[in-house]
Design a protein. Structure first.
Length: 410
């Protein structure tokens, strides 16, 4: 296969990343509304965590110097939210619960399982005691004024509860990236409407809109644009006027009714047009007057693969998400033969699982045509086959890339 003139995936990604700059405009949102948002500035802690020395165990607080190996009377109790208050005689201990403040002077907590009560209710310690044991120190987790997260972190279920524990009610986040989306083609019909002769449902726009929403971006859905130069020109103008990025699906091939290239030559600047990947050879990237442009192929699998491998990282960079990465690739053996012709980097859909010996292996989802969308619902990874590679026999080593949250399923 002649791939001269086609960009590799790596070259395309480098060109895209070199062109764009992250958004910088910020806004303040409530912590409860910050899921999926990206920090605009470093987040520092206004408090110490923990805010006071507290017990890591249910047990007994003691002054280590008081312990002589003899049973100790209990002088009082300390609970989470109810500190011990009162006289603490020498030679006694204090009953303490997990999270309760350490009484002044105490320097060890003996876990309940290492004690026994005698008939007088005095506590006998049955294990060696070390100063400082079972005490969570003030600021041990996070110190007041320390940086908790840098700028450019997407906030989710691992980050937001931590910020809630600091008492932060509001955060400065980067404004949402705005993406305009439309499909092109006379053959397309809106999902839910009856199909006419020669029509197919607009699966691409449905899938891309769903993934954009999952990523937390603001979507401007411009619907279906028919194969008409005037309508297409207006759609590009409307999209570029309201969005940071314009995504179209279809119309980037070489058919006589594919007007996208003509419109883009007129309205913008296209940086590249074709890639040495499969599926997804016809992929366009460039700049309109006020927005970046990504033109996805019309075949459903090709559209999703190019969005996943190229548009997803581009949008993450634009949105200011400095920590975004695709899952790392893993070398495994294939349990099934894989059809492949040398020439283009191939993203086949596969199912990775453990075999009877406990080793990871991958098998194909079946037919890999660019119209077989069911391969995504069946699969859980891409089988990434090098451009120069030919057919793959069962038992050979291949690289897989597990699906991230956009494509993963239970």
């Amino acid at each position: 296969m002649d791939t001269s003139g086609l960009l590799s995936l790596e070259q395309a990604l480098q060109k895209m990343q070199a062109q764009v700059s992250p958004l910088t405009a910020a806004e303040t949102v409530a912590l409860s509304q910050a899921a999926g948002r990206i920090t605009a500035v470093p987040v520092t802690s206004p408090v110490n965590v923990p805010p006071f020395d507290n017990s890591a165990m249910d047990g007994y607080a003691i002054r280590h110097s008081d312990w002589r190996g003899e049973p100790m009377p209990v002088a009082g109790k300390a609970f989470a939210g109810i500190p011990f208050a009162g006289e603490w005689p020498v030679g006694t201990c204090i009953r303490i619960m997990t999270g309760a403040p350490i009484p002044p002077g105490a320097d060890a907590v003996v876990m309940q399982e290492h004690t026994a009560a005698d008939s007088n209710g005095h506590i006998r310690i049955t294990h060696e005691v070390k100063p400082g044991q079972n005490i969570r120190r003030l600021g041990e987790d996070i110190q007041q004024g320390a940086q908790v997260f840098p700028a450019g972190v997407r906030l989710g279920s691992a980050e937001l509860p931590l910020l809630a524990s600091l008492g932060l009610a509001q955060l400065a986040v980067i404004r949402r990236l705005r993406v305009a989306l439309f499909s092109t083609g006379d053959e397309l019909q809106v999902v839910g409407e009856p199909l006419q002769d020669g029509q197919i449902y607009d699966t691409n726009r449905f899938a891309i809109r769903l993934m954009l929403s999952q990523l937390g971006y603001e979507v401007v859905d411009l619907g279906i644009v028919r194969d008409d130069p005037t309508a297409l020109r207006q759609a590009f103008k409307d999209a570029a006027a309201v969005a940071d990025v314009v995504i179209s699906t279809g119309g980037v091939s070489v058919g006589e009714a594919d007007y996208t290239k003509q419109m883009l030559d007129e309205l913008g600047d296209i940086h590249f047009w074709k890639l040495a990947i499969k599926p997804g050879k016809p992929f366009a990237f460039g700049k309109l007057q006020n927005a970046w442009f990504c033109g996805l192929p019309g075949n459903p699998v090709s559209a999703v693969v190019t969005f996943y491998q190229l548009v997803q990282p581009l949008l993450s960079s634009l949105a200011g998400d400095t920590h975004w990465r695709l899952p790392p690739r893993i070398r495994v053996k294939t349990a099934t033969p894989l059809k492949k012709s040398p020439g283009r980097l191939d993203f086949q859909r596969g199912i990775v699982s453990r075999n009877a010996d406990g080793d990871l292996e991958v098998r194909t989802t079946g037919h890999q045509g660019s119209h077989i969308f069911s391969s995504f619902s069946l699969g859980n990874c891409f089988i990434v086959l090098e451009a120069e590679r030919g057919p793959v026999a069962a038992g050979e080593w291949v690289e897989i890339e597990p699906f991230n949250l956009l494509l993963s399923h239970p």
